[in-house]
Design a binder for this molecule. Sequence first.
Ligand code: FE2
Length: 350
Amino acid sequence: MVGNRHRTPISGRGDLGPAGDHPGLVDPEYLRRRDALVALADGHQVGRPSPHVTYRDAEHRLWRTVRAALWPAQEARACSLVLEAREDAPLPADHVPQHREVADGLRQRTGFGFTLAGGMVPNDRFLRSLADGWFHAVQYVRHPAVPLYTPEPDIIHDVCGHGIHLASPWFAGLYRAVGEAATRVRTEEALELLSRVYWFTLEHGVVHERGAVRAYGAALLSSYGELARLHEAELRPFDPAAMGRASYQVTGYQPVRFAVRSTEHLQDVLRGFLDGFDDGTPDRLGLEPEVLRTELWRAPASPVAGAAAEHSPRPGRHAASTTFAMTSSRRTPSGARSPGSPVSSKPRRA
Ligand SMILES: [Fe+2]
């Protein structure tokens, strides 16, 4: 998979190519639509209602296509807590939902709601908002030519990944704990470490369950391609210090995942880490400030791909998104993606 690290699904068949060739980055009509929805987030205050979006028929069809592919993939590869949460999640099958439609259902279950994001969100805003029950979510939909993969986080990722988590009191409690930890710290290094731990757990985490590696991270749940490749990544045990040093992909599927022994184990170790988290945590873990000031995402090799990477999600910025990719079930090697999700790159998920 090393040879595919800087290549991204760029067609509906899952063909790989330079991240900068993804149609979502170069189609002028698509970019106009996307940018118009992004502009709605200008000046948005956390907690204010998201504006209504009149989605087009093509966008509703795309939603149905991706959702129809994701559901069986989740059933095959997601952990049991995710599948239980999905039963209660307010996720429509036939149309792109309005933020309010999803958030009203989430609020009844866990007190969480969506607040509007236009793309990447700074660590302090994204993470601290979680303490108050607000999750930053976008409203635009990925490019229709690559339905199972998007280089940046879109509403399908936010709803079909984080929306499932936030319908579950179990997962929502972890999101709040991340937010509460963020409110206790002031340094950028501490926020960055928290962002990276969030990235490798609630976005990309996997768990050993029923004799297999199963997904619980939102970026995986919303990406057909990632779900199909859970077994291809290098697995490491839960280790916040290692997460702080690990590089991640912004233009391909994640090469490394951190696995927990069970969801009970995740609750113990992540809660334990978050409850004791403060500005001194990076130093206690032996993480030099320089490490946390350095973006560890793997830069694409070409200038074109590099341009795309600027939009990509990285841990530390919004996590709202991560991408998705999806390459069908074919075996092409694969994919791409990255943490947090970029806009363009984080390919992976879908
Ligand atoms: Fe995300």
